[in-house]
Design a protein around this ligand. Structure first.
Ligand code: PMP
Length: 362
């Protein structure tokens, strides 16, 4: 790995070294055109090829069925919190939400600015130590959609399965676990994700929307904030974040070379087992923040007995080349984000460091 850090950043986060090296190679002269891909029109044949290929690769790797569109939007997942209700919440209908943590809470707050919401399930009373139970939902008849956060990046919880919502569209914020495992995309009305964890650099948000969702969408929404604008124009209504999309392209090619999502999800499980096992076998020195059956394979959150010790852990780990292990400022503690591009070796090194640290301080 040369001088590469053990990067456990929560996002923007680690990218595969191979991808960075390929980008470096193509940086000033993209495939022989004598210019960077950043320097050419988004209407050029060379860029359009990258644009199309990126959509197709995502469809292939994520097994996206016919009838769905892949969009590349801007404004981050945070803009999706607003676009979802703007487009899909009509007068007289309600947006149903699973309140699973800090990001779900933000999504709900945005929806409330537009219309009526209901909390269909919540784990707030459990301090978000687990994902809400979605197995026996009773949704109002006028529910426009059910919104879930598949992975709560701050708390470190992840949905282990998705509910069947029948005719009610299921919409998921998959910002921090998209492509970490295969899901049945046909269950969803829409999936969205900011790119900067598992897909590429920041600056682009991927939206996968079932086309029939647009038939019912509100028309009195500003042009740039309407999904149908971007569907009709293939995400080229205005200038897209072309460099970020190109980087996603390279990441998707890398995923394909790894053998696809089934291979990656197994590697992800092996990676996180190393760290969760270390926590569970530490005789209480480390304590996982989330109930075992809600644990995330992308963000591992844990605590030590005192904040003092946590500070020491953060400091010593930094000295040894580990980056990004401090928990989110709103919850404290420690967090290791183990996205797709974080190598197994980094997780092994972290588990070894954790064992060593507990021996010295236990
Ligand atoms: N949802 C989740 C689950 C996230 O982790 C984040 C970012 N950490 C967001 C939404 C917000 O994303 P953005 O910064 O791209 O707006």
């Amino acid at each position: 790995m040369g001088n590469r850090a053990y990067n456990f950043n929560a996002g923007p986060a680690a990218l595969p070294l191979e991808v960075l090296e390929q980008a470096q190679q193509e940086f000033v002269d993209f495939r022989g055109i004598g210019m960077s891909i950043m320097e050419i029109s988004h209407r050029s044949a060379q860029y359009e090829q990258v644009h199309q290929e990126t959509q197709n690769l995502l469809k292939e790797l994520f097994n996206i069925p016919q009838g769905y569109k892949v969009l590349f939007l801007t404004g981050g997942a945070s803009t999706q919190f607003a676009m979802v209700p703007m487009n899909f919440l009509q007068p007289g209908s309600v947006g149903a939400y699973s309140l699973s943590g800090a990001w779900a809470d933000k999504a709900i707050k945005e929806a409330k600015l537009f219309g009526e919401t209901v909390i269909a399930a919540s784990s707030k009373e459990q301090k978000y130590m687990r994902m809400p139970d979605l197995s026996n939902l009773s949704l109002p008849e006028n529910t426009a959609y059910l919104h879930v956060t598949s992975n709560e990046t701050i708390e470190g919880s992840q949905l282990q399965s998705y509910p069947d919502t029948g005719n009610i569209p299921l919409i998921a914020d998959m910002s921090s676990d998209i492509l970490s495992r295969q899901v049945d995309v046909s269950k969803f009305g829409m999936i969205y994700a900011g790119a900067q964890k598992n897909l590429g650099p920041s600056g682009v948000t991927v939206v996968i929307v079932r086309e029939d969702m647009l038939e019912k969408a509100n028309q009195s929404v500003p042009t740039m904030l309407r999904y149908d604008t971007h569907v009709k124009n293939d995400s080229l209504y205005n200038t897209p974040p072309s460099y970020s999309i190109y980087m996603i392209n390279l990441v998707l090619q890398w995923i394909k070379r790894q053998g696809g999502l089934d291979v990656l999800s197994k590697i992800n499980r092996d990676k996180t087992s190393l760290i969760y096992d270390t926590i569970d076998n530490s005789a209480g020195f480390y304590k996982g923040c989330v109930d075992v059956d809600s644990r995330s394979i992308m963000n591992i959150t844990f605590r030590l007995q005192t904040e003092e010790l946590e500070k020491q852990f953060a400091k010593e780990s930094e000295q040894q080349g580990f980056v990004g292990l401090k928990g989110h400022r709103s919850v404290g503690g420690l967090r290791a984000s183990t996205y797709n591009a974080v190598p197994y070796e980094s997780c092994k090194a972290l588990a070894d460091f954790m064992n060593d640290f507990s021996k010295r301080n236990g």
